[in-house]
Design a protein around this ligand. Sequence first.
Ligand code: ACK
Length: 998
Amino acid sequence: MTVRLNLCLLLVLPRLILSDPGHPNQVVLLDTTAVLGELGWKTFPVNGWDAITEMDEQNRPIHTFQVCHVMEPNQNNWLRSNWMPRQAAQKIYVELRFTLRDCNSIPWVLGTCKETFNLLYLETDEPQSPTARFHAADYAKIDTIAADESFTQTDLGDRVLRLNTEVREVGPIARKGFYLAFQDVGACIALVSVRVYYKKCPSTLRNLAAFPDTVPRVDSSSLVEVRGACVEHAEERDTPKLYCGADGDWLVPLGRCVCSVGYEETDGLCLACRPGFYKAFAGNIKCSKCPPHSYSHSGGSPLCPCDIGYYRAGKDPPTMACTRPPSPPRNVMFNINETTLFLEWLPPSDAGGRKDVAYNVLCQRCTGAGQDCEPCDRDVRFIPHPLGLTGTSVAIQDFVAHTNYTFLIEALNGVSGMGGISRPLANITVSTEQAGPLLVGAVRKDWATQNSIALSWQEVEQPPSPILDYDIKYYEKEQEQLSYSSTRTKSPTAIVSGLKPSTIYVFHVRARTMTGVSSYSPKYEFSTGDENSEEASDQGQVLVIVLAAVGGFSLLVILTLFLLITGRCQWWIKAKMKSEEKRRAHFQNGHVPFPGIKTYVDPDTYEDPSQAVREFTKEIDPSRIRIERVIGAGEFGEVCSGWLCTPGKKELSVAIKTLKGGYTERQRRDFLREASIMGQFDNPNIIRLEGVVTKSRPVMIVVEYMENGSLDSFLRKHDGHFTMIQLVGMLRGIASGMMYLSDIGFVHRDLAARNILVDEGLVCKVSDFGMSRVLEDDPDAAYTTTGGKIPIRWTAPEAITYRKFSSASDVWSYGIVMWEVMSYGERPYWEMSNQDVILSIEEGYRLPAPVGCPVALHQLMLLCWQKDRGRRPRFGDVVSFMDKLIRNPSCLLTLVDDVHGFPESPEDMPDYPLFISVGDWLDSIKMSQYKNNFIAAGYTTLDSVSTMSIDDIRRIGVSLIGHQRRIVSSIQSLKLQFLQVQQNSFHMNGHFCEKMEM
Ligand code: ACK
C-alpha cells in the first residue's frame, strides 16, 4: 500500500518563502524556485518520485518532488536533475529545502519507513543521452541527508510543516558539468527547493582600485591574491591587493591608489575638480578653491592660472594667491648727523599681496642744476648695505661735503620685473652742506716694529660733545682702494699690529661723539720697521708681556666658563638620569633585575607612544611582506601567515597581525603597544618581533611564524600523543621564557596556554603581551569587583582581590598552564563559575592532578598555588627543577593516580624546598663541598640522609663543628618533613625517584 501525503504537503506550500535572498558572493547555477517552465528532471522508476508543480499567489510555478513509499520494503527511487555546466566553479554548494515525515507518526510502517535520503552527484563533460539509464555505481555520494525537524500527524493537523534546510559542499569539480541525484530508500519526503551555487568574491572597488570577480581556492585555508587596477584618473601608491577567502569575502586590503592631479575622490571614483577649483598634487585630498586673483575655467585643473596683472614667483606654491609688484615707497626723509646721512621711508601702500618686500637704494651725485648726474654708489658707504634692504632706513657715510646727492629708493617683491611693469621708485635729493667738524689733530708715529706701528694724536680742546672713541682706518699704500682695515681705541693712541714689515701704510683717524662721527683726518703715511730695527725687539718684548697677560686672563675666563658649564651639565645629566630611573623603576614585588641585564621599559611611560614604537621596533617596507593566508582573527584584525623577504637572506616564515581599517587612534596605539613591548625581548622562548608596518595601510605587526599555533588548541588536537619528557620539555621552555621576562622586570598578567605558541619542533614561546596592562580582548577575562578585567582562572588571589600583579602572580598562572598542559588543554576548574573558582581557592581548594600526571609535577603546581606569594618558587627555581626532571626521567614515573592521600591543597603540604637530590639539598644549605663525601659513603637519596646521626656525619669526613651542626639541624627538619610525608603516604623529593643525580 502506498501512503500518499502529497496533498497535505502542498497545502502548506504557499506559506513557504521561496524567493532567493540574493547573496552577492554566490553565483547560482540552479534555483528551482526561479524556473518558470518545466524542470524536466528524470525519475526512476516512474512510480517512485512524483513531480508536482503548483502555482503560487503570483502565478509562478512551485516545483516540488515528493516520495512516500513507507510501507514497502527495499525502496530505491531516483530523482536526477538536468546537467548543469559548472562554469568557473571549483567547489559547489547544494542547498536543499525539504520536509520529512516522522516514521513514528505513521502506523504500521515499522521496519520499512526511513527518515533519510541520499544526495549524490555525477560529473561529465557533456550531458548524457536522455535515454541513458541510471547506474548507481556511476554516482558519487555527497551525504546521507536527515531532517533536523520531521513532522508528525499532529503537525499535519496544525497545517504547519517543519521545513529543513541543509547545505552540502561538493568538490573539487573537474569535469565541465554535473548532475545531482536524490536517492530515496523508503522515506516520506517533499523536496521543496534545490539551489546550487558556487562562491565568488564579487568584483569590488576598494581604495580606488577595481578588483574583478574571483573564485576562491578549493582549499579553504589558502587565499587568492588579487591585484587591483586603479580606477580612471587614479594612480598607484602601493600596489593595491586584496585576498579572496574561501567564503567569497575579500580580506586584508593592501596598498592603494590615489586620485591624480585635477581629480578628487567621490564615492570611490576620481572625479574632475569643478571649474573654480584645482588640485595640484596626486593624493586623496579634495580639490581646493582657486586662491585669490587666479581662476580655472574648465574642470580637472591641476593649477589655477593668475588673473591678468598678477603673478606667481618661481617658489610660490600653487595654493598661494597670485600677487603683483609693490607700489613705490612713501614719504622718503633724510637727516644728516654730522658725517652720517640717514634716509628713511614708509613701506609702499600696496605690497602687492606679498610679504617679501625689499628695497634698493641707488645713489647719484649731481652737479649744476641737477642735470649732470653720475652714479656714486661705490664712493659712499651704505650701512648695512644699499641693495636688498628689508628695513625702511639706511645710513650713508663717506659722502663728500658740499655736494648734491640724489637717492632713488626702489621697492621690490618676489614678482617684481614680471610682466614688464615699470619700476616703483621714490627719490630724494640731499645737499651735504652740514658735514661734521674735524675733531682730530695731527697724527704721529710713536714707534714701529716689523709688524706694528704705534700712533698718537691730539684731541681738539673743546669737542662739541664728549668723544666716545676713535676710529682708525688704514691700508697698505700700494693696495689703496682695494681694501682697508679699521680699529678702534678709546684713548688718542693706538698700536696697529698685524702689519707687513718694511711696508708703507696710510692712516686716517676720526672721532665718534654722542652726536655722530667727525670727518676723517687727512691721510698720514707711516712705514713698519725692517728686521734690524732695534725698536722692534724692545717693543716685541713689551708686546709678549702684554699678550701673555691678556692670554692668562682669557684662560682664566675660559676655565671659569668651563667649570660653570660642566657644573650645569652635571646637574642636567643627573636630572636626565633621574627621569630615566623613574621610567625604569616600576618593578613589582622586589623583582629587581640582575645587574648587567637589560631592563624592560614600559611604553606607557612615554608621553608619545609612537616614540616607543620607533625606539623598540623596526619599520618594514610592506613590499617585503607576502601574505599567504588568513590563520585567525585577532582582537584588532585578521592574523595571516606569510613570508618576509630580506635582500640577501632566505625568506622568513612569519605571522602578520593586521589592524583592521576604520580604527581609532586609541586602537592603533594599543595595537602597536604590543610591538613596542615585544621588540624589547630577545629570548628563544619569547615570540620574536620581526618589525612593524606603520607608514602605510594596513598597519601590521610581523612576528616569527609558529607552525603549531596556540598551545591550548594544539594540545586538544593531539590529546594523549606526547611522551612525558616532551610535555616537561614544553613546560621547561615556558618557564625559561618567563624567567627571562621576570629577570628584566616584565609582568605578563595573562599567562595561559592560549597565549603560548608552539613551533614545528614543539618549542613553546610566550606571546600576547599587548594585554599586560589591559585584558579587554581575552575571552577568559572577567570584570572583578574593583572594575578591572582579569582572567580569573589563571590569576593569583592577591591579583584578583587587590590587583597585586607581580612575577609571583605570573608563577601562579604558570602553575595553571602546567595543569593545562598535563590535562591536554582541559579548561581549568572545568565549568565552575568564576565566582565559585574564587571562593574555592579562598577555602584552600586547588586543582587536583590531571589523570596520568606525575607526582613531581602536581607537587610543583601546588607550590605555585601557595596563598603566600613569597613562598611560591621563582621561575629560576622552576627551570632548574624541570632540568632535573629531564635529567632524571625516573622521577616522572610515580603518578598521582598511584599515590593515595595526596594533598589537595598547598596548606596540607609540608614546607617543601624545591630540591630533589642530595646534591640540591647540600647546595641549599651551602655545604656543596661535601657532595663527594656523601656519595662515597653511599648516602645518595634524601631518605637515606634523613637517617644519619652526628657520628655518621663525622665519619664521612665533615670535621668542622659548625658544618656538622648545620648539616645535622637540616637533617632534623628533613626527618620532620618525611614524617609528615609518610603520614600522608605522600612521597616527595627523592622518594618518587628511583635514581637521583647528585
Ligand atoms: O590557535 P591558533 O592556530 O594560533 O589561532 C590563533 C590565531 O592566530 C589568532 O590569534 C594564530 N597565531 C597568532 N600568532 C601566531 C604566530 N606567530 N604563528 C602562528 N600562528 C599564530 C593563533
